[in-house]
Design a protein. Sequence first.
Length: 460
Amino acid sequence: MGMNSRISKIRIPENAKKIIGLLEEAGYEAFVVGGCVRDAVFGRTPSDWDITTQALPEEMLTVFRDIHVVPTGLKHGTVTVVMDGENYEVTTYRVDGEYKDSRHPESVEFVRDITEDLSRRDFTINAMAYSDERGFVDHFGGMEDLERGVIRCVGDPEKRFSEDALRILRCVRFASQLGFSIEEETARAIYDTLPLLGNIAAERIRVEFEKLLCGAGAGKVLEEHREVIASFIPEIRPMFDLDQENPFHLYDVWMHTVHAVSAAEAPGVDERLLKLAAFFHDIGKPPCKVVDRGWGHFYHHEHVGADMTDEIMRRLRFDNETRKTVVMLIKKHGTVFNPNGKQARRLLAKMGEDDLALLIALEKADVSAQHPDYVEERLENIGVFEEKVRELAEGEQCFRMGDMKIDGRDIMALGVEQGREIGRIKNELFERVVEGLLENDREALLAEAKTLVSEMVKEC
C-alpha cells in the first residue's frame, strides 16, 4: 500500500501513547521515531514502536519508576519499558561520537534538540518523528522521499556509510522491500565506501541479504546493484553477462537468476528458503560451461553449485537447517517431473511434503525465467505433477516407513528373529507400497511379509 501525501497523523498503540504521555507530563518532549513512523505513513503495520525523548536516562528512570523498566543500554541512553508484555525502547536524543570500526560510535552525547538526534540517522525516510500532540517532525524531507519512492541518506552519504558500513546493505535492502530507487549521490557513495563492508560481521550481512531477497523489488536491486552482493559473495561475478548459448534461455546466467528470484513465490512454502534457493540455483554454471556444436551445456552444475552454496552459506553463518535445505534443493533442481504417480510417491517418500513443495516452487521459478517460447508447456507439466502430489498428500498414503500398517514386531511374529532380516523385509514392503504395487493395508502387508519370509527360508 502506498502513502497518502496529505497524511497528518498516524495511529500509534495505546501503550506507546501512555509512555509518551508520562514523559510529556514530566516536561519532556517525546515521539515515536524511525522505522515505525516510516511504515505507518507508508501504510504498513510496524513490527515495533521505538520512542525518543528529551529526557536523560536517569530522568527516564524517575518518570518510569512505577513501571517495569529494563536498563538495556543506559550508557547509550536506552531503556526498555515493558507494558502488557510488550517491549518499547525509549532512547534519549543523542548525537554519535567518532566511528572507528565502521559500525559502532566510540561514544554518544545526549542532546535536548530532536533535530540533532534525527540528523545522525541513516536515511531520510527513517529520520521522521511523530506524536499526537506535536505532529510530525521531518526536517530532512523524509515524507517527500517516501512519496517519490527514493532512498536518500541524511546529510553526506559517504559520511553516513563510513560511520556504519552496514548501512550500505540496509540501503539496498530498503530499496528491495519498499520497491524504491536509490538517489544518485547515495548510490555513488555506496560504491565509494563498498570496501568497508569487509569490516561487518558475517551474521549482520546475512540478515540484510535475506531480507533483501524477500523484498518485492529484489529483482531490480539485484540487477542494478549486483556489485554490492558480489562484495560478499564474489562467486557470483562469473555469472555476470555469461551467455548461456542455449535456445531454451533468453538471459545470461545472472539475469536468469534475477528473474528466477523475482518469480520465486508459492503459497504455503517458506519464502526465505525458496528465495535463497532461487538465488543460488545456478551459481555452479560458470565453471561447468561447455559449448558443443554451438550449444551451451552445463553438465553437473547442480552438484557443483550445491558444493559452492554450502561453502558460501557456512561463510555467512547460516544455521545448519537452512543451509542443508537450500543445498539439497540446488542439488535436486532440474529434476524433470513426470505426471505419473510413481515419481510423486517416491519423491514424497524421500523428501517429505514440505521439501518437495519447495522443489516444485523452485522449478516453477527456474522455468519462468527461461525463454518464453518454452515456458508455458514446461509450467503445465510441472502443474500436472504438482496436482498428482497434492492428490497423494491428501489421501491416506504411505510416504515414511513409520506410516506402514505393520511394524517389526509383526514380522517377528511370523518367525523372523530380531536382526537385519526384519529391516530387509520392512524395506522391501515399503518399496512396494511406494511404487504402488502393494496397498498400505495391514492384511495385505502381512500376506506379502509371509511370502517374503517363505522365500527367505527357501534361500537358506
